[in-house]
Design a protein around this ligand. Sequence first.
Ligand code: FNR
Length: 419
Amino acid sequence: GVVYRDGALGRRPAVPTSFGDLERAARRASSKRAWAYVAGGAGEGRTMRNNRRAFDRWAIVPRMAHGVTERDLRTSVVGTSLSSPLLLAPVGAGALMARNSDLAIARGAAATGVPYIFSNQGCSSMEDCAAAMGSAPHWFQLYWSSDEGLVDSLLHRAETSGAEAVVVTLDTTMLGWRPQDLNLGSLPFARGEGIAQYTSDPRFRDIVRQRVDTARNTVTERPEVTPGAIRTLLSMTRNYPGRFLDNLRSPVPRAAAETFLDIYSNPGLSWDHLATLRDRTRLPIVLKGIVHPDDARRAVDLGADAIVVSNHGGRQIDGAIASLDALLEIRAALGREPTLLLDSGIRSGSDIFVALALGADAVLLGRPYMYGLAVAGQRGVEEVIRNVIAEFDLTMALTGARSIADIDERFVRADPSFR
Ligand code: FNR
């Protein structure tokens, strides 16, 4: 209501209110490199398109004269109370788009009461992000490191800095095939973006220190020191107690940069690793990136509290199943009980309505809030969130849904005009 009234009173928004216009404005506001990374997807972009096409296949069938004047958008997932069924997805390397990206997002999320899931590839430490959010809810997203000590350290920090759940992302044990980035010769982390959770981690700094010492002692030839490696190194020196700068012409920067690259994930991640998680943290466990019903069943058997049905916004496997289609299959196979979140392709309030009608308990928003950030910083993030929620509320009002529990498959059907 507030958003609409503002518009009707002639107050100009800071960000466009339709996704298409928002995307164009964000592109204009971004560097080539930032746009390639944030807007880009895997391969030819088929999964990204599938994510949207899957929504186009469904039509909302509203009811009339239902007398609904008040809606209750509140719900809760894995013990976190939500003012609406929306969370901000973890997005790494956001500094490509704006200075202090994660702090701006954290403040925007706190101002709107929408939980923010801090990325393991974040640009500010989770402690700094948590401080920026005050008492507003946040979760932490973990990439399972090849170093088990680092896994424990990150879990511990998530607990002590007040995360209400840990989200383990399963679909990115390696970065997908991303032509937009490859063509620019630009890897997001090459300039040190997205490494703040590591540089602020005592275990990580120990590992770097060991590797650097080994490199100092064993390598005699002078290795190539790329600008990227140096920048990575520079951002590490802020927290690392050693004197790296004295050693720029040695193998040391190389070792430091490489430590990051081969420690961020474990390509051999298996269910055996995940089975240890329940005993390693007291936080609710959310597994992200599942699209097969058998994997969903395994996650539930393992004690996961929720699943994020997701294909990482179409960034990992070109041609992967649309996440909305996967949601339908998983809900059909597992029944009503498990908590299922959905992301990949949510662009509007009516998308949220369709996702909930088809079995999602809540959704995550990814690129749209990053576009808000690119266009208007923290205020842009807030407006994107408010707009999406306002449209969702309006959709409930106009269809006759009183509460989140009200929204079910009776409100949607396969669109007969879909080709
Ligand atoms: C992501 N995503 C992501 N996921 C995750 O678990 N950890 C991460 O660090 C990142 N980083 C990241 C960076 C960027 C630039 C994007 C666009 C996405 C995936 C993200 O959490 C979410 O799954 C998708 O963004 C959802 O799809 P939409 O809303 O972008 O279509």
